[in-house]
Design a protein around this ligand. Sequence first.
Ligand code: TYD
Length: 139
Amino acid sequence: MNGITEAQILQLPKILDPRGNLSIIEDDLHIPFKIQRVYWIYDVPGGQVRGGHAFREQQELIVALSGSFDIMVDDGQSRRTFSLNRSYYGLFVPAGYWRQMQNFSTNSLALVLSSTRYDEKDYIRDYEDFLTYCKKDEK
Ligand code: TYD
């Protein structure tokens, strides 16, 4: 699986079972990258915002394992907001998007699968720098 260049919701397999449902993510099969790192965001106080940066290289899949939250993505020209509230959907965010996570419900749990190891140099944390980076990319 490859060639996805835009942020989009991916539907993950869902095995329905009267004992409880099960969903799956295998890298290169359900998502278009190899997983190098997994982290999760939890205990978010009401009204708090996470993210608010872009990555030069990191691609990611964000899943609401529990509860709900919104993710605003910005490619330097336009913004879209996706709402996640089911654990069998994930938002794929390619490299080079500004993204911000907000409107976390009580007890929500955000799982992030990343294509890279943690590297602070991969972050663009200033929005003006991000816009400059996008313009360079167009050349
Ligand atoms: P950050 O990515 O800025 O969080 P968010 O995007 O959710 O607001 O990370 C917050 C802090 O955690 C920052 O000091 C870097 C550190 N961190 C790591 O050390 N390793 C990691 O894999 C991640 C994601 C963050």
